[in-house]
Design a protein around this ligand. Structure first.
Ligand code: 3EB
Length: 345
């Protein structure tokens, strides 16, 4: 590569993929947004104002940040984006992908299933109308996820509404669902943010885990609508968007109460998912391609233990954002999501 090419690369990233992602510290967020090109979406954790004038969706979530390293998640486009707001959905899009966010002020705490149903229906029609019908990834954050309303856990009410919405939109098999995370926030609205694409991607399942869509009834009246990961092949990059992953083998939670064992099992699940995807899809994807990790811990007192173990297990240069959040099953103490990025062959 000539020095000239090197410089132009640095100032303007090659459009190898229509989206990229970074975790950014609070102090440098405005500098980052000024220099990153075209932000698609900014998600700040720690319930503080996102002080920026960018036109893309800005979300502030009430999830306490653990440690000092990172504070916000930023999705960026290499090309200009158009932004807007429609049916309560804020969005930014380029010619390949759309980032969107919906805030649902719950009308009444006992109607979480109905509110979720309406929001997911709105999202699914919106992406179809906009011409980005393929969901790559969804994040769901709801307050009091483990609380019960009328004897039903709120996470189960959420799953009921989501299941019905997907079903009515023709999604009724594992490969119809996007990768997802669903976590309990410390308060505020129910937030859903998502990435949708013009081209389809490939959903992945984990050989160590029963597909969430096939969980038996003991885990709720309607099963969770998500795949374990989504594989997107962009021009010169392969992206694997890994769903929130926990210490679940088969369909059962393992190692109740033991954060170290749960972390070991979770990392084993993530490794198995990456290896399985590489084999099934015939792509050169390995653990070494982990580009980012987000770690949710139920108890802030576990933070140091978790960080030590994560640092021993993943390469030093992988950014890890640690958050405090409730996990959807009471016995689970942590959940980890991530993104792998590999060069396309
Ligand atoms: C699990 O594997 C853990 O309901 O969207 C992880 C990722 C989990 C997404 C969701 C739930 C969801 O079942 C919980």
């Amino acid at each position: 590569m000539t020095p000239v090419e090197k410089t132009s690369r640095r100032t303007r990233p090659a459009p190898s993929a229509p989206l990229s992602v970074a975790y950014v510290p609070q102090a440098t967020l405005s500098d980052y947004l000024g220099a990153c090109g075209h932000p698609l979406g900014v998600i700040a954790f720690g319930n503080a104002d996102v002080d920026t004038d960018c036109a893309c969706p800005r979300i502030s979530l009430n999830l306490p940040v653990l440690g000092e390293a990172y504070w916000a998640e930023v999705w960026t486009s290499p090309t200009p984006v158009r932004t807007g707001r429609e049916q309560g959905i804020r969005y930014a899009a380029n010619d390949k992908v759309l980032f969107g966010a919906i805030e649902i002020a719950e009308s009444d705490q006992i109607w979480l299933d109905r509110d979720t149903y309406r929001a997911v229906c709105r999202m699914l029609s919106f992406i179809k109308n906009q011409g980005y019908p393929h969901l790559l990834r969804i994040w769901n954050y709801l307050p009091d996820i483990n609380a019960r309303d009328n004897e039903i856990e709120r996470y189960h009410l959420f799953c009921l509404g989501r299941h019905q919405a997907f079903f009515e939109h023709g999604c009724a098999a594992s490969h119809d669902f996007p990768a997802a995370s669903a976590l309990g926030s410390a308060g505020g609205s129910l937030w859903i943010y998502f990435l949708a694409s013009r081209e389809s991607a490939v959903q992945q399942e984990n050989p160590r885990q029963v597909s969430a869509y096939h969980y038996p009834r003991q885990h709720g009246p309607r099963s969770p609508s998500f795949a374990r990961a989504t594989l997107a092949r962009w021009e010169s990059e392969i992206h694997l968007y890994i769903s929130g992953t926990a210490s679940i083998v088969g369909h059962l939670s393992l190692h109740a109460g033991d954060v170290r064992e749960q972390l070991g099992e979770t990392l084993a699940n993530i490794r198995a998912l990456i290896a399985h995807t590489a084999r099934e899809e015939n792509v050169a994807l390995a653990d070494t391609h982990l580009a980012l990790l987000k770690v949710y811990a139920r108890r802030s007192k576990d933070f140091e233990t978790v960080r030590e173990m994560v640092e021993e297990s993943v390469a030093r240069d992988v950014p890890v954002l640690y958050l405090q959040a409730d996990i959807c099953r009471r016995e689970l103490l942590l959940e980890i999501e991530g993104v792998c990025i590999a060069p396309a062959a």
